[in-house]
Every structure is written in C-alpha cells, then in structure tokens.
Design a protein around this ligand. Structure first.
Ligand code: ZN
Length: 236
C-alpha cells in the first residue's frame, strides 16, 4: 500500500525516523503438503525528514518464532534495508584520515567503509576479518614488519601503547584470526567491540598525530602573522 507511514532506520539521519511508503508489493506463500507459510514484502520507502529513499525487504516465516513473556510465541518479522545500513555511523574523521595516510595507504579507507557495509548486511565474519586487517595495518605500519604479532605489540609499547591496550588489541586480532582460520562466527556485539578497538588504535596512532601536526603548522602560521613584541626603551 502506497502512502503508508512507518518508522524505519534512515542511514542519512542516523536513527529511526518516520518514512512514507512510495511503493509496496507483498508475496505471501504457503506449502500445500506442510502447515508452513510466510510472506515477503518489498517496498520503496522515503524518510519524512531528509527525503532519503531506501529499498526494504520485510519477511517472516511461520517456523521462525520466539517465546513471549506470557508463555506463548510470536513469529519474528525481519526487515532488511538496501543499501545496507549499519546501526552506527562511521567516525567523523573524514579528511583527517585521508591526510594521515600516505598515497600507498589510502586502501585502508576503502576497507574501513567496506567493514561498515559488511556490518550493515550482518556479515559479521567478513567484518571481523576486515577489522583484523585494520588492526594488523596499524600495528605493523607503526612497529615495523618483522617478528610475530606479539613482538610487534611489544615494540608498540615503546610508542605509547599501554599494557591494557596491548591485551585488548591482541584480543581483537585473535578474534579476527578465529573468524578467518578457525570457523568462528562473531556476534554483532563482538564485531562492534572489535571495531571499537581498531578505531581507537587509528585515533591514537594516525588521527591524533596528524591533527597535532596540523595544529603545529597553524600555530607557526599564527606566529608568523603576529607582530613581534616591542621592547620597552631602556631607562637613561
Ligand atoms: Zn532521513
């Protein structure tokens, strides 16, 4: 039904917003030889605030249900949005990350946004593998590409990594390795925790030093444009 209003996540506003349904088609289905049924509804919806348009797939299946507090059960209705919308915004580093990386390192920015796309699609294993690569990038680029990951972390301790951070970083790297090599599927919470750890490392070793360099240049420019102090004449 077009014109219908609903609340849905807006990837531009970054939260749940009122939306208007521009177009909608429902496809209910059932099996003739088994008591199961379901429904797929495809719709085009538009945010009532910023006018961003999303494609929405709402679906349920009679065998996919959860227990309710009163002892009954209810069928779970899933809603998938396209383009995939991760439940949190990327950090507002913008140009800061661009300036903090060399031209050869710019691929990291693409990987960072790919991780958000994977999280939006609930592809937590892929996100974890990508986050592991981000963590490895920061640690290896700042500590030198030799020795084991633990050796690199130990060297990073001399560049400001605390003992607690060393353990946290190692935990994030190991969770990514488990996803890549040991068949581990992280939960959404674990994937976001790993991302927090990776982004904190970026802030500490790339964003903050780059901003400090910029502030130093600004201070030099400020000093150059400031008239020098005039020395008071000496008393006769
Ligand atoms: Zn919006």
């Amino acid at each position: 039904m077009t014109g219908k209003e609903l609340k849905s996540y807006c990837r531009r506003c970054g939260g749940s917003r009122h939306h208007e349904t521009l177009s909608e088609h429902a496809f209910p289905w059932s099996e003739s030889d088994a008591p199961i049924e379901g429904n797929d509804t495809w719709s085009v919806i538009q945010c009532a605030g910023c006018r961003t348009v999303s494609f929405c797939h709402t679906h349920w299946f009679s065998e996919d249900y959860e227990a309710t507090e009163d002892g009954g059960y209810r069928v779970i209705e899933h809603r998938d949005l396209y383009p995939p919308a991760p439940p949190r915004r990327m950090p507002e580093w913008g140009a800061d990350l661009f300036h903090a990386l060399t031209m050869q390192q710019q691929w990291v920015r693409g990987l960072h946004s790919d991780i958000y796309a994977a999280l939006g699609m609930k592809a937590y294993s892929l996100a974890a593998m990508g986050i592991r690569t981000l963590v490895d990038f920061v640690v290896t680029s700042k500590a030198g590409d030799y020795g084991t990951f633990s050796d690199k972390l130990a060297r990073l301790r001399q560049r400001g990594l605390t003992e607690a951070q060393e353990k946290i970083t190692d935990a994030a790297f190991d969770a990514g390795s488990a996803a890549a090599h040991r068949g581990h599927i992280p939960t959404m919470k674990e994937a976001y925790l790993m991302l927090d750890i990776a982004e904190k490392l970026f802030e500490q070793f790339y964003i903050e030093p780059s901003l400090e360099g910029q502030r130093k240049k600004d201070a030099d420019r400020l000093r150059a444009n400031t008239p020098p102090r005039v020395k008071p004449p000496k008393k006769e």
